[in-house]
Design a protein around this ligand. Structure first.
Ligand code: NAG
Ligand code: NAG
Ligand code: NAG
Ligand code: NAG
Length: 501
């Protein structure tokens, strides 16, 4: 991996998309000489274990219905008593959903008055990897581009599982999904006075957003598994992490801040590496580069997420955009040191500094980390409470049932806004898909295994009750409180360093 240092990676964050793509392509060619294949992702520069580079460039393979054997799938499903929607008592009142569901209203606000027209949906197409259509409980797919790795496959798989979870309860809809990292629908292009203001923003689903964009955030593919780097489906992984937390008492863990990941996807991560312990200084950070080639050869033994709660503090830092690792890090009951972020996924806006995590300055990371760890080691109980708060939040409010509920409510609220009748696409690109066709087309190995593991086998009672939108004032107060907590920590930090010097 050292070879990658100092080549042409990473592209600067502020260069235009096109240039970044060209740079990335060039980089692809160079590295292809060393290794047979690899892909870039938000998590790290991961090396595919399974296949040659061609796989990534070939046209989609999962969507063509085929006449292959579905024996394996049927074996899995027939052992379960098939409950139907009629067996469920739908009149039992459901508890209110967690507060982060309230951001569904925020994400759909741009279309609250105008609704969503067919024209708006079509304008989301240029960067979309696929269009997904639900009509009468059946799912149709129109695929435009191959996504990075199996992001699209597992996202579509997730939506199919949602339909098994709540059969017959999703309204008809059409949506465009972009599986790339960074949000693209800039809000300023649709402000009053701009040429586009009249036509309204295109509704585009993706995995993360930021303050400057209107993309609609949706749970990422890794909730159903990340086949290429062996990250298991969330439901089982969450249990393993819970067990992992119990392996060592918080006070018995290494009293340092731990991070392991791919520094090559973003400058800010390379900057973080400067804080690693050395002969000259100790910023209380223990940082490691994830070497996916080596780890894949060793069967991913060292990248087992469930056994990574070995330090009292764990650092979360964004990559090229948000990182899938955020939920894994927060799930560990070590205190999360969260380097102040630009991007959010569907649940992170709700998290509060000093309650769920400790904020770290992005522009002065080493001093910030050193202070955080010293503070935690001298306020052990409080630090452990912060670690526990994020771990409890993830275990209870981000369990798979709630992930499905979030998807359900988001799609339901989205569908309410549609001003046109969703239609089965009538062209050669579009096909009907089901869990069965997807399993039969999945690659053997992790891909198929994770699908079987995350397969929803029987329906569930109603989703939780959707909370109302935040009053603008309450939401304003929430953000102010968050900012104040960050400022307070920075003030403590300044005082600490003044005394030190
Ligand atoms: C599927 O395969 C079986 C056995 O090979 C064949 O009889 C059947 O016609 C095929 N079905 C389709 C839709 O191709
Ligand atoms: C499915 O079950 C049948 C009978 O129980 C068995 O013979 C067959 O090997 C199983 N297939 C798979 C793929 O597990
Ligand atoms: C469904 O739940 C409600 C509320 O708990 C109860 O009154 C009703 O009897 C239940 N219906 C059936 C069919 O179990
Ligand atoms: C950080 O320091 C530790 C301890 O010296 C070392 O094992 C590790 O490889 C270093 N990490 C990096 C990214 O250089």
């Amino acid at each position: 991996m050292q070879k990658f240092y100092g080549i042409i990676w990473p592209p600067r964050l502020n260069i235009k998309r096109g240039l970044a793509t060209t740079t990335a392509l060039l980089f692809f060619l160079i590295v292809a000489v060393f290794v047979s294949s690899f892909w870039i992702d938000t998590y790290k520069l991961s090396i595919s274990v399974v296949n040659s580079i061609n796989k990534n460039q070939e046209p989609p393979s999962i969507i063509i219905p085929s006449n292959c054997t579905t024996q394996n799938y049927q074996n899995q499903t027939q052992n379960y008593p098939i409950r139907t929607i009629h067996d469920l008592n739908l009149s039992i009142p459901r508890p209110t959903c967690p507060d982060y569901f309230r951001w569904i209203h925020e994400d759909l606000k741009p279309w609250k008055v105008t609704g969503i027209t067919r024209d708006m949906v079509e304008r989301a197409k240029p960067t979309a990897h696929f269009r997904l259509v639900i009509v009468d409980g059946k799912v149709y797919l129109e695929k435009y581009m191959k996504s990075i790795q199996t992001r699209d496959v597992f996202t579509i798989w997730g939506i199919l599982q949602l339909l098994s979870h709540y059969p017959g309860r999703l309204p008809d809809l059409e949506l465009m999904f972009d599986c790339d990292d960074q949000p693209v629908v800039r809000s300023r292009d649709y402000e009053r006075g701009q040429p586009n203001a009249a036509v309204g923003p295109p509704p585009l689903f993706r995995y993360c957003g930021d303050r400057f964009t209107l993309d609609i955030v949706f749970p990422d593919w890794s909730f159903w598994g990340w086949a290429e780097i062996n990250i298991k489906p969330w439901e089982g992984l969450l249990k393993e992490i819970k067990e992992g937390n119990k392996k060592s008492r918080w006070v018995d863990r290494e009293p340092y801040a731990y991070w392991k990941g791919n520094p090559f996807v973003a400058e800010t991560r390379q900057d973080l590496l400067k804080c690693n312990v050395s002969d000259k200084h100790d910023w209380n950070a223990r940082l490691y580069v994830q070497d996916w080639i080596l780890e894949s050869q060793q069967g991913f033994k060292k990248s087992n997420l469930a056994s990574q709660c070995t330090h009292r503090y764990k650092i979360y830092i964004e990559g090229y955009a948000w990182s899938v690792s955020e939920k894994h890090i927060l799930a560990c009951d070590s205190m999360t040191l969260l380097v102040n972020t630009r991007f959010h996924d569907f649940f992170t806006r709700y998290l509060q500094p000093v309650k769920h995590y400790w904020p770290i300055r992005a522009d002065d990371k080493c001093k910030s980390i050193k202070f955080a760890v010293d503070w935690g080691n001298s306020h052990k109980q409080k630090a452990h409470e912060i670690g526990k708060a994020s771990s409890d939040f993830i275990q209870e409010e981000l369990k798979m049932d709630y992930v499905y509920d979030y998807m359900f409510h988001l799609l339901n609220e989205y569908a309410k806004l549609l001003k046109f009748k969703p239609m089965v696409p009538e062209n050669s690109l579009a096909v009907e898909i089901s869990s069965e066709t997807m399993v039969s087309m999945a690659a053997d190995g992790s891909e198929k295994k994770f699908m079987m593991e995350s397969l929803v086998k029987s329906p569930t009672t109603s989703p939780c009750t959707m909370p109302p939108p935040y009053e603008p004032k309450i939401l304003g107060d929430f953000y102010r409180k968050k900012l104040n907590a960050i400022r307070r920590v920075q003030k403590w930090e300044n005082e600490y360093w003044e005394i030190k010097v």
